[in-house]
Write a protein that binds this ligand. Structure first.
Ligand code: IVH
Length: 681
């Protein structure tokens, strides 16, 4: 490492020497900090050196060099970008969509080479950003450009200079030879956490949000004013060079290591594979890792490792034969909005549902997607016939992201909101403060069915064998109309129905039998009282201990409980005052349903005794530390990994793979808001 001499800074020669030492020192520390993520100098010390550099450069502007760290934001705004031809075309890659395609890829290589000698591959995450080329002459960054059409790109040098992980001067440790000229290629991207912050800031000042990190990176790189680019959290991973002939490497893997030594950031998930089978399992592993990575990837690039083999294989018009991009099933796609149907929820809420031209997203065909509510539908400005962007959020529930306005033809029709219930014809009412339109008919058949599905389902009594389809079938057959009817079902009623056998009928009746003595919390949640979910149900159970007490309570009694607000209190009182509900509860009692009394909170040692929490994703309103402390105070436990012991999975922002696993295990997932209520915030 360069020694900083503090002596002899008098005169221009002294300044020149000092500046050179400062540049070298600062560039080395920036490399350790940004590229290696392993700083060995305190931030304050770095700042001090940087200030010294800036002061000296101000005194001697003629001594400023292009690799000075002060020059990262130096460029003036441009009127337009100049075009630059790429000395060697920037090719693209053919796609593979799974293991079979990868095996085919290798078969093509074998055929081309007329040999079945084992081939070694390098696998690299396929970053979803923008390809750029960086030219270094005698170690100095001299030109940076976009891929453009592969032959000609745009000169975005000043913007690329602002990216701290792009070296302005190549490092040459241990006497590494620096080529006279090297054209380095890689991907500019924005990390997910940075992207979130960037959009939050844009939202605050009323600037339009970027749809995804890729668009954020593209928009930031194509800024004519590098000062704006400098404020964007851009990052860079290197993945290759235009020409390998003059370099001291014979394989892709050696090349990446070499580029790392020159100061570039190399993705840590690069692997050497000795066979295509290994490549296929790497692909599966990477796909599993994907949700936990701090940046977006859309697949894995597979490259023949050996340069001599690459040379023999050569390229087709647009892509090399020696590489392929194994793409993950896309979780976003565009399709057409054919119609909007209006569903009636359990509480009568009218939910618009998009009917889509079927499209495959992430391996699943999507033909319907939720539009959440009328306000959402309006906000998105969707029209019938629109091309729409659809995604599977959290890789489960498909949703419409937005219309693709550019594709409008003028033939699109507005979506007309219904004024009467599509199921029962009752005039709909709109509750302003809830932004929801509802069917007010308590006998609306759609609401009844949804209510029954909820009662028997996972968030309710969890009666095995009485899933959505079964409930719909039983209602359709006139076997059940309301909750008590479930407890009058006999195996003989079910056994003859389509899809049922004696065994499944007996099992279902046994499951119904087993649900005759539910805990209070479970039963309350199963009733599907508006605003009362699983969390509130638990709060109520702990505080009231018996169904009788809850059904007789007034609003004030509920409002005493931390975590229960006016809306819930009103809804509870209204629910239990309803004569139809009272009659239903009496019938259930007659049919032998006995709701268990809960242990009062004080006796069981804290309101969260028996609760085990697991967090996934970042919490917005309190730190995990605080959250854990509060849980402990209330007698609960915090788990570090997923297991069946977990009673509540708390869902933060950008949840990880724990969420998927939690869903697979059927664990209760609660939002941060619900969690806050549970801990009495
Ligand atoms: S190699 C001839 N490696 O994917 C090889 N590309 O169509 C050309 N990409 O736009 C590219 N990660 O920007 C390569 N590790 C990686 C990559 C990668 C992302 C992008 C690249 C290009 C596209 C290929």
């Amino acid at each position: 490492m360069a020694q900083l001499s503090l002596l002899n800074i008098s005169g221009k020669d002294g300044a020149r020497q000092r500046l050179q030492a400062l540049r070298q020192e600062l560039n080395l520390h920036a490399h350790r900090y940004y590229v290696l993520d392993d700083p060995i100098l305190a931030d304050a010390e770095y700042d001090r050196l940087f200030q010294e550099l800036v002061a000296l450069e101000r005194q001697y502007p003629e001594l400023i060099t292009p690799d000075s760290p002060s020059q990262r934001v130096g460029g003036a705004p441009l009127a337009q970008f100049a075009t630059v031809p790429h000395a060697v075309p920037m090719l693209s890659l053919e796609n593979a969509f799974g293991g079979d395609d990868l095996v085919d890829f290798e078969e093509r290589l074998f055929r081309f080479l007329q040999s079945r000698e084992p081939i070694a591959y390098v696998t690299e995450p396929k970053l979803d950003g923008l390809a750029v080329e960086l030219v270094y002459e005698d170690g100095l960054f001299t030109l940076g450009s976009t891929r453009g059409d592969g032959l000609v790109g745009e000169d975005i040098s000043n913007n690329l200079k602002t990216i701290p992980t792009i070296p302005l001067r190549l490092l040459a440790p241990h006497g590494e030879t620096i080529p006279k000229r090297i054209e380095v290629r890689g991907e500019v991207f924005i990390g997910l956490a940075d992207f979130k912050k960037l959009n939050e800031e844009r939202g605050k000042v009323g600037e339009p949000l970027f749809a995804n990190p890729r668009n954020g990176a593209a928009g930031s790189l194509r800024q004519l004013d590098p000062k704006i680019t400098a404020t964007r959290p851009l990052d860079f991973f290197v993945y290759g060079v235009s020409d390998t002939t003059a370099l001291p490497c014979t394989t892709q893997h050696e090349l990446l290591q070499y580029l790392g030594r020159l100061g570039f950031k190399v993705n840590p998930l690069v692997h050497i594979c000795r066979s295509i089978a290994e490549v296929v399992s790497q692909f599966a592993l990477l796909r599993e890792k994907r949700p936990t990575l701090p940046y977006d990837i859309d697949g894995m690039v597979v490259k023949v490792n050996d340069f001599a083999l690459q040379e023999r294989l050569g390229a087709k018009a647009r892509s090399p034969r020696w590489a392929i991009a194994a793409k993950f099933p896309a979780s976003q796609a565009t399709t057409r909005l054919l119609a909007v149907e209006f569903g009636v929820g359990r509480t009568g809420a009218i939910t618009p549902v998009a009917i889509l031209e079927p499209v495959k997203i992430g391996g699943v065909t999507v033909s319907r997607a939720t539009l959440h509510n009328e306000d959402e539908l309006r906000r998105k400005g969707l029209m019938l016939g629109d091309t729409v962007l659809v995604q599977r959020a959290g890789d489960v529930i498909p949703e419409v992201v937005k219309p693709v306005i550019e594709n409008r033809t003028g033939q699109e029709q507005p979506v007309i909101m219904p004024t009467t219930c599509p199921e029962c014809g009752f005039a709909l009412v709109r509750i302003e403060q809830e932004a929801i339109t509802r069917c007010p008919n308590p006998d609306c058949p759609a609401q009844r069915v949804r209510g029954l599905i909820h009662f028997a389902g996972k968030s309710g009594m969890d009666i095995e064998g009485l899933g959505k389809k079964a409930v719909e079938q039983l209602v359709g057959q006139g076997l059940i109309q309301d909750i008590p009817d479930i407890y009058q079902l006999e195996a003989g009623d079910l056994a003859g129905l389509d899809g049922w056998g004696e065994k499944s009928a007996e099992n279902a009746v046994r499951a119904i039998e087993a649900s005759r003595t539910p805990t209070l919390a479970k039963f309350l949640a199963a009733l599907g009282i508006r605003h009362v979910g699983e969390v509130t149900a638990q709060l109520l159970a702990r505080n009231f201990a018996s169904l009788a007490r809850i059904s007789q309570a007034g609003e004030a009694d509920f409002l005493h409980i931390e975590g229960i607000g006016a809306q819930m209190a009103a809804s509870l009182v209204e629910h239990f005052r309803d004569p139809a509900v009272r009659e239903m509860l009496a019938r259930l009692e007659d049919l032998g349903v006995r709701v268990q009394e809960e242990q009062p909170a004080a006796e069981s040692g804290g309101t969260l005794a028996d609760s085990v929490f697991l967090f996934t994703g970042a919490l917005a309103r309190l730190s995990r530390h605080e959250a854990k402390a509060r849980i402990k105070e209330l007698g609960g436990q915090v788990a570090s990994g997923i297991s069946r012991k977990v009673t509540h999975v708390v869902l933060g922002e950008s949840p990880g793979s724990k969420l998927t696993k939690a869903r697979d295990l059927g664990l209760t997932v609660i939002t941060e808001d619900e969690f806050l209520r549970l801990i009495g915030r």
